[in-house]
Design a protein around this ligand. Sequence first.
Ligand code: HOZ
Length: 424
Amino acid sequence: MKSSELFEEAKKYIPGGVNSPVRAFRSVGGVPFFTKSAHGAKLITEDGRELIDFVCTWGPALFGHDHPTIRSAVETALKNGTSFGTPNMHEVEMAKLINKMIPCAEMVRMTNSGTEATMSAIRLARGYTKRDKIVKFAGCYHGHVDSLLVKAGSGALTFGNPDSAGIPSDLAKLTIVLPFNDTVAIDECFAKYGDEIACIILEPYPANVGLIPPNKGFLKHLRDVCDKNGSLLIFDEVITGFRVASGGAQAREGVLPDLCALGKIIGGGLPVGAFCGKREIMEYIAPLGPVYQAGTLSGNPLAMAAGVSALKMILEENPYAELERKSKFVVDAVSSVAKEKGIALQTPMVASLFSFFFNERKVENYEIALTSNTELYKKFFKGCLDAGVYLAPSAFEICFMSSAHTDSDLEKAVEAMSKSIANL
Ligand code: HOZ
């Protein structure tokens, strides 16, 4: 069946025909393609098209799709079974690697998704501090956790539901939403509620509203405010972890959170999340402490084997300088065509992450991100897709580079992207 036929069939049985809203292409228009297979930097669709992929399964494909080392680790693990519901050796190896690579990690608990990781980290922060209020930033997305789907980015923002229906208002009241990069707003908030705030949670580089690098000193300011008020600092590094450096944004920025949520790459393409942090706080989790958290498939041997092999490759290859060179090649080329054509385009980039804001202004927060021209993004996306280049299917998502993108892939991609910009 072709993608269009599969989509019609899917819509009969799955809400909107998709299992995650952005995949429906509603904000960029057209029918989503269905992927038949993925290898290296390419997706093959059910229509037989080959696409250069800059979504990389939303991050996990750091070394490209179907990497032989990861595949072989999964095949070896598979010989012993698919799930045990008991401790297994792979999860010990995974925990050791995370503790070695992520600066704030002294202990780690595995989950099955990033959403579970942030949800559990929030519960732990509340249990540890015995406080209820939490602070998040507008446009930061932390999965579809009730308390965090307030002014959220990603699909929630793409579809105009940054405050999802179905969240009890009494719960939402406990979430204080502040503008990103605004130290004054933080200080005012803590002056008023400091001793009631369990934690600040943020994506250190927000990457679900386009990419927004923090202003110099902002993360350090949050660290200081938390220390002064006895609140915990939680970094959601589900996207930035292992994508911007082997130690995540915290290693790049030299600011350590108390807790950190991880996901994506630690599953090497299989479903995984984790949260980690200071021993004293992590020991509040059951069975050691009173904060409950659990999961039948947590630490699943196949997912652990895949993730361990991905993390080991990171340690062996340290791919970040090369990923940064490739991302820069793409964003520089696209920016220069936009400049020639007089099109206002911002192209924030950190290592393997980049995004495109059709905006005159440097995007420093959610409010400015919302002033971007989403119609231009839609046309840009379509022009690229028609020419065989798959970018994030929303003006408020980001693109991902992988080690598998060759210089020849990038030259082809840049040619298509430049034409698409020139035709806007
Ligand atoms: N919310 C995810 C990206 N920020 C999208 C996940 C997906 O559709 O697979």
